[in-house]
Design a protein around this ligand. Structure first.
Ligand code: UD1
Ligand code: CA
Length: 452
């Protein structure tokens, strides 16, 4: 049986931010969300998050995650003090406690599983994750005997110059036999450089603590400042891109592309340079996205192309071509085999199958049938200054260039709108509507006018 505790009470002073450190976003999800995700497959019996600095905000941000218990550390006196807050909650508990840091977001579930396994096999009082790194600055240094039994952990700020040479670092991830830890916790002291209660001191004081090295030292990276946040993002991106390339996705100039780990791609998708895929986006096989595109929380069917365009909270069906320079702003549904072209903005609009809106249009709050052609420069006047109104267009209807469709408005099937019309009244099936001033030509007008 294992209880998980996640340390998330610290302010994260080095971030120089008014947002608590653990809520900073790393590729679309907060640091702490990532940590919670990594323990989920271990099915812990309880998950306790220790909150303190901006506790209300941290709790609110994690509201949607089930089965979390929040334990408040009202003053932040160190990692040891944070774990002391668990004492009343875990009275009589006889299992293991897995301690994670809310600011160590790249750890894989597999590594945690290994830590638990080693801990349970060797029956130690505690087992901790360590790594050998080239730049150990800022991390606690772990000193072991030849059998990987921990003698001492010394924080960077408390290290002598010789101790600083030790490159074996503490990941801040521990598995404790709770009954052993709860005996030591009340006796921690603050005689150190930061005048804090260190959890690492509890480890140093325990008999028979084992250190387990991580193969991939990047996993234990802690985020304390913006540079580390950026470095973690690079590591994450590398992992994600390698995964998709192995799964049959082509990335052209991967360094210029970013992909959130919540995105789903099918084989034979091609992602061109300077393209960014975010949120719950799903892209089906045969799509070519980019160069220069942003796709966010959207679904693209097979063989869709998107060129220099933005697609947000939208759904585009198979074979449709988007761009260049289109903006599918939100709640847009585009049917099969459509074309949404240059300088077209769509918002809250459903475009039927095999329909085109190829140039210079704004369509807001609109629904069209199939085989519709929206002429260049067609605009929906959907807002009367107070409310938004809908425009509904039937199958095969065509709007001429520079039409203004003043909503609320319904045009039936097979309607033709003459170029330059401002249409304010509904039009039934199979009509031509002309709503503009008739052209007047006055020959010789200049010569008759006295001013000219
Ligand atoms: C800690 C370890 C260090 C290890 C490093 C790995 C200690 C004393 N040191 O150092 O050995 O190499 O992590 O990343 O444990 N927190 C609280 N309450 C507090 C203080 C901190 O909840 O009173 C939380 C923070 O929000 C953070 C975590 O504990 O999520 C770690 O705290 P931090 O101050 O970042 O510790 P480090 O100096 O990085
Ligand atoms: Ca840290």
């Amino acid at each position: 049986m294992v209880v998980v505790a996640i340390l998330a009470a610290g302010r994260g002073t080095r971030m120089k931010s008014h947002i608590p450190k653990v809520l900073h976003s790393l590729g679309g999800r907060s640091l702490i969300e990532r940590v919670v995700e990594s323990v989920k497959p271990l099915s812990p019996s309880r998950q306790m998050v220790i909150v303190g600095y901006q506790a209300v905000e941290v709790q609110a941000a994690m509201q949607s995650i089930l089965n979390l218990e929040f334990v408040e550390q009202t003053v932040q006196l160190g990692t040891g003090h944070a774990i002391q807050q668990l004492l009343p909650h875990l009275e009589g508990y006889t299992g293991d406690l897995l301690v994670l840091s809310g600011d160590v977001p790249l750890l894989r579930t597999e590594s945690l599983r290994q830590l638990l396994q080693t801990h349970q096999e060797h029956q130690r009082a505690a087992t901790i994750l360590t790594a050998h790194v080239t730049n150990p600055k800022g991390y606690g240094r772990v000193f072991c005997n030849g059998e990987n039994i921990v003698q001492q952990i010394v924080e960077d700020k408390d290290c002598t110059p010789e101790q600083k040479q030790n490159c074996r670092i503490n990941a801040g991830i521990y598995c404790f036999r709770w009954q052993e830890l709860e005996k030591i916790l009340p006796h921690l002291q603050t005689n150190n450089a930061q005048k804090e209660y260190y959890l690492t001191d509890a480890v140093s004081q325990m008999e028979s603590v084992m250190a387990v090295d991580l193969e991939d030292d990047q996993e234990i990276m802690g985020i304390n400042d913006r540079l580390q946040l950026a470095t973690a993002y690079e590591i994450l991106q590398k992992r994600i891109k390698e995964k998709w390339m192995a799964a049959g996705v082509t990335l052209i100039d991967p360094a210029s592309i970013t992909i959130d780990d919540t995105v789903q791609l099918q084989p034979d998708v091609i992602i061109e340079p300077q393209t960014h895929l975010r949120g719950s986006t799903v892209i089906e096989t045969g799509c070519r996205i980019g160069p220069g595109s942003l796709i966010e929380n959207s679904q693209l069917g097979e063989n869709v192309t998107v060129l220099y365009s933005v697609v947000t909270d939208s759904n585009v069906q198979a074979g449709t071509r988007i761009g260049p320079y289109a903006n599918l702003r939100s709640h847009v549904e585009v049917g099969v085999g459509c074309r949404v072209g240059n300088f077209v903005e769509l918002k809250n609009t459903q475009l039927g199958d095999r329909s085109n809106v190829a140039h210079l249009s704004y369509l807001g709050d609109m629904t069209t049938g199939n085989y519709v052609n929206i002429g260049a420069g067609t605009i929906t006047a959907n807002y009367d200054g107070v409310k938004k109104h809908r425009t509904i267009i039937g199958d095969r209807t065509k709007t001429g260039s520079n039409s203004v469709l003043v909503a609320p408005l319904t045009l039936g099937n097979d309607v033709y709108v003459a170029a330059g019309s401002t249409v304010t009244e509904n039009v039934s099936d199979d009509c031509l509507v002309i709503a503009r001033a008739r052209q007047v030509v006055k020959p010789g007008w200049r010569k008759k006018s006295p001013e000219c």
